[in-house]
Design a protein around this ligand. Structure first.
Ligand SMILES: Cc1ncc(C[n+]2csc(CCOP(=O)(O)OP(=O)(O)O)c2C)c(N)n1
Ligand SMILES: [Mg+2]
Length: 663
């Protein structure tokens, strides 16, 4: 190896500590990805020792720089950094337990498992897109509380895979447009992914792509600490978001495997590890870091302590101190509960016949007035999703005082950005698109659920009820598919009152995202008490016939009206049918069995939902029928479609009659 100056040798040794820990942990686990941490060790060392504003002892300091390892397979890079820097919750033993059950050192970085892990990554591209949300949130927060309380950067390490993902296009376009100058992406430009050299699959000029999206771009040798230092300094100084293509060698230091795809995701093997220790001049036993090197790292971990203490003083002296604290707590539910309760009373009195997307807009009017924490948006369907309310103001490049984000036609990018906004703290992001296009956002919805983030998806046009746009736009399997996602509340309110209730419940969650499935077509206001939030139990008896039930009709959303009409037809024939509205299965599932039994009753059941049957059998039991969809919809007026697909009051009545043996 070439001669290094003393400072450079120090940096190289510090980077070698990352390399050694990564290869040792992967070797011990017999599983993991050593290549990326070994390749990016120099860049990460420069970033954390010379630039990142953080205090390892206080990983939740609100004004810390955020670091996102978008190439989440390189998790050992993050864990090694956290151990070396002295973060709490990351011991040597944790590194030795890499990828073992219960250890904070999961295969990919998991939000909440260890302090300092800012977001879950692993699904390539999402870290980058989530970081865009964090960078937006930083500017939104700064616009409200001032640069003396909020002024930090968001750094991302992304790999070839992250940049090949389509999501990266959405993310960099949005970031470039919004001129997120504090966002800096370090691309691990190693020309290798799993299958081999990246030229098997791409010939993209990434710098040109980023530049076209309005980014500042640079190329550096990712193994030259001074070049990397100069590049990050230039990136910080530039008023655009920055991408630095860091030319690296995957698995750097492994004489037999560096530069090859074989080092991407498998242990080096005993012999190669011996050779690597020699090549790196790292004669230490596994997981041992010499005291002097560890001391350098630990000092770097404390580097930001005085900046944090200064910040604490500024906060204490700030006239906005209290407001900032309240904001960070993010207790939106307390702010909106009273006004929403009043709103329900008003709806019960006025009985509007409006689409639930419209009810949602009305509820949002109340919510957005009662709290400043909501950040709305839509993927270019604002005037269909009805997600904007009076006076919100659009977020624009250079002006983050507004509360509404025009995410553009970027559903996945929107959802990932909302995760980033939620992770950043304080805000309650919501964003709209058509329910059918939740598929485009699904990867990020899944991470909202996995991370337990309060994000609200406003998904309108939720069935064949949208009519003429036809089957490409009519969701049929989406409710079932989203209900299958763990830790996601799927709300499908039936009227203006339930819509307000569901919004209240969604905003009251602290560790669960929600989605509201909302109709395009008008729906009547239900006759029911509004003294309590009935949707909170997930399902409730909307109509109980006198003298016991012959049948129970279960329905959600727009089909509750049909269920009631079906019950009317049955009543005319002397059949006593109860009607149950089920705005949220997940909340109903969480009720005591006795409540569920009382709601469901013992009479034969008919389920009605303009969607596929999958999942309904949980509620229907043996002697049952389902009125819904069994295939794709069609293009026609909604009324024609409901008739054509047999989702009618008559069909409900007929099904119930059939079940009880005809009358
Ligand atoms: C969305 C997604 N698709 C596929 C994978 C599986 N995967 C993990 S790493 C990887 C290759 C990534 O290549 P690169 O980013 O260049 O990483 P490097 O090999 O350089 O470490 C793939 C396909 C994934 N984690 N996420
Ligand atoms: Mg690569």
């Amino acid at each position: 190896m070439f001669e290094l100056t003393e400072a450079a040798a120090d940096t190289r040794n510090c980077a070698n500590a990352i390399r050694a820990l990564a290869m040792d942990a992967v070797e011990k686990a017999k599983s993991g990805h050593p290549g990326m941490p070994m390749g990016m060790a120099d860049v990460a060392t420069v970033l954390f020792q010379r630039f990142m504003k953080f205090d390892a002892a206080e990983p939740t300091w609100p004004d810390r720089d955020r670091f996102v390892l978008s190439a989440g397979h390189g998790s050992m890079l993050l864990y090694a950094l956290h151990y070396l820097l002295g973060y709490p919750g990351m011991s040597r033993a944790d590194l030795e337990n890499f990828r073992q059950f219960g250890a904070p050192t999961a295969g990919h970085p998991e939000y909440g498992h260890a302090p300092g892990v800012e977001t879950t990554t692993g699904p390539l591209g999402q870290g980058l897109a989530t970081a865009v949300g964090m960078a937006i949130a930083e500017r939104l927060t700064a616009a409200r509380f001032g640069d003396d309380l909020v002024d930090h950067n968001t750094y991302v390490i992304a790999g070839d895979g992250c940049l090949m993902e389509g999501l990266s296009h959405e993310a960099i376009d949005l970031a470039g447009h919004l001129k997120l100058s504090r966002l800096i992406v370090l691309w691990d430009d190693n020309s290798i992914s799993i299958d081999g050299p990246t030229d098997l699959a791409t010939s993209m000029d990434q710098c040109a792509r980023f530049a076209a999206a309005g980014w500042h771009t640079q190329r550096v040798d990712g193994h030259d600490p001074e070049a990397v230092t100069a590049a990050i300094a230039a990136a910080k100084a530039d008023p655009r978001p920055s991408m630095i293509a860091c030319r690296t060698v995957i698995g750097y230091g492994s004489p037999g495997k560096q530069g090859k795809e074989s080092v991407h995701g498998a242990p080096l093997g005993e012999a190669e590890i011996v050779a690597t220790r020699t090549a790196l001049d790292w004669p230490h036993t596994p997981f041992d870091v010499p005291e002097a090197i560890l001391a350098t790292w630990r000092a770097a971990g404390r580097r930001g302590a005085s900046a944090r203490e200064d910040w604490e003083k500024r906060r204490a002296a700030s006239p906005k101190a209290r407001a900032f604290e309240t904001f960070l707590k993010g207790d939106v539910a307390a702010e909106v509960a009273g006004p929403l309760a009043e709103f329900r009373v008003k709806m019960a009195a006025e009985k509007p016949k409006v689409a639930t997307r419209k009810s949602s807009e009305m509820a949002l009017g109340v919510i957005n007035e009662a709290t400043g924490a909501t950040i709305g948006g839509s993927a270019d369907l604002t005037h269909s999703n009805f997600t904007i309310t009076k006076g919100m103001g659009s977020v624009r490049p250079g002006d983050f005082s507004g509360r509404y984000i025009h995410y553009g036609v970027r559903e996945f990018g929107m959802a990932a950005a909302m995760n980033g906004i939620a992770l950043h703290g304080g805000f309650a992001p919501y964003g709209g698109t058509f329910l059918v296009f939740s598929d485009y956002a699904r990867g990020a919805i899944r991470l909202s659920a996995l991370m337990g983030l309060r994000v609200v998806y406003v998904l309108t046009h939720d069935s064949i009820g949208l009519g003429e746009d036809g089957p490409t736009h009519q969701p049929v399997e989406h409710l079932a598919s989203l209900r299958a996602l763990p830790n996601l509340l799927v709300f499908r309110p039936a009227d203006a009152i339930e819509t307000a209730e569901c919004w209240e419940l969604a905003l009251a969650q602290s560790a669960t995202p929600s989605m509201l499935s909302l109709s395009r077509q008008n729906l009547p206001t239900l006759e029911r008490p509004v003294t309590e939030n009935l949707s909170a139990k997930g399902a409730y008896v909307l109509r109980e016939p006198a003298g016991g039930r012959d049948a129970t009709i279960l329905a959600t959303g727009s089909e509750v009206e049909i269920a009631l009409a079906g019950a009317d037809l049955l009543a005319a024939k002397g059949v006593k049918a109860a009607v149950v509205s089920m705005p949220c299965w997940e909340l109903f599932e969480a009720q005591p069995a006795s409540y569920r039994a009382q709601v469901l009753g013992t009479a034969p059941r008919v389920g009605v939902e303009a969607a596929v049957r999958l999942g309904w059998d949980r509620w229907l039991g043996d002697n049952s029928a389902f009125i819904g969809m069994s295939g794709f919809g069609a293009s026609a007026p909604a009324a024609t479609l409901y008739k054509h697909f047999g989702i009618t009051a008559e069909a409900v009545a007929e099904a119930a009659t059939g079940l009880i043996g005809g009358r």
